[in-house]
Design a protein around this ligand. Structure first.
Ligand SMILES: [Zn+2]
Length: 273
């Protein structure tokens, strides 16, 4: 099961964390970090103001040594420092991936990739709990022209709305399934389509939808029993419609977002008579 979801910006004092690291004379970042911490703090501020928009954030102008040290600190946190990393990885979103997202969590995705934006390697607002879609996305964060970019689950409030649906073409038995943006006039259509292509589709939502359809077709009573009327010999179209609507509502609520893969599947089914 996969979910794409707006999650709340975590509370973490990144400036204090930076100061503590900068003062530690035994770290590889010393003294570069203390010499540059004001610049990094300014970049953190800009990140928050622009919501991490890769089209607005300035590129990194830190000394190369410091760029490498920040990436090293992320991979091997100094003793008693950066403890929020494990917390984010395991507790911030324990049952779903806000990027795409799968139940197989356990990684942190750098929204702005650390290789291209090392100044945000250990910046909490740039670190999003994620599944294997993290590796599949790689360093892709923006397209060939503004505003095409990946959705940011901490900042993009439009994630609260229902954005995507499955679309079925061809025969009942073996339809061709795709995913599309529900509202082609959405004000953020370029961002939604870019994210769909580079994150959601890359994590094989189509295979998952095909499997879900095949399973539902073979044993609808087993899968929908919880929302079907009791003791019915045969279900008619309107009963099925009501049942699927209830099931969709339940899935929206269960995951706290209408953009989980179950909801994308059942919403698409309802739209396809
Ligand atoms: Zn994911």
């Amino acid at each position: 099961m996969r979910i794409l979801k707006k999650i709340n910006l975590p509370a973490h004092n990144d400036d204090n964390e930076l100061d503590a690291l900068a003062q530690n004379t035994r770290l590889c970042s010393y003294p570069y970090l203390s010499n540059n911490s004001a610049i990094i703090k300014q970049q953190y501020k800009n990140y928050t103001i622009t919501g991490g928009d890769p089209w607005s954030v300035a590129s990194c102008n830190l000394p190369l040594t410091l760029q490498g040290s920040l990436i090293t600190h992320y991979g091997q946190p100094p003793k008693n420092r950066l403890q929020f990393l494990d917390e984010f990885r395991n507790k911030l979103s324990p049952n779903f991936c806000p990027m795409c997202g799968g139940f197989g969590l356990g990684t942190l995705d750098h929204y702005l990739p650390k290789s291209d934006f090392p100044q945000f390697s250990i910046f909490s607002q740039n670190l999003i709990p994620a599944c294997s879609c993290n590796a599949k996305r790689g360093v892709t964060v923006k397209g060939d022209s503004s505003p095409k970019r990946v959705i940011h689950p901490y900042f993009d409030t439009f994630l609260k709305d229902r954005l995507f649906k499955a679309s079925f073409r061809g025969g009942y038995k073996d339809p061709s399934i795709s995913v599309c943006v529900i509202n082609s006039d959405h004000p953020n259509i370029d961002i939604l389509e870019f994210h769909l292509e580079k994150v959601i589709l890359k994590n094989n939502i189509i295979g998952w939808l095909e499997g879900s359809w095949s399973d539902l077709r073979k044993r609808p009573y087993d899968l929908l029993e919880i929302v079907l009327p009791e003791k019915i010999a045969k279900i008619d179209d309107s009963q099925l419609d009501v049942s699927i609507k209830r099931y969709l509502r339940a899935k929206d609520k269960e995951y706290g977002t209408p953009n989980n893969w179950w909801s994308i599947f059942y919403y698409g089914l309802l739209q396809d008579k």
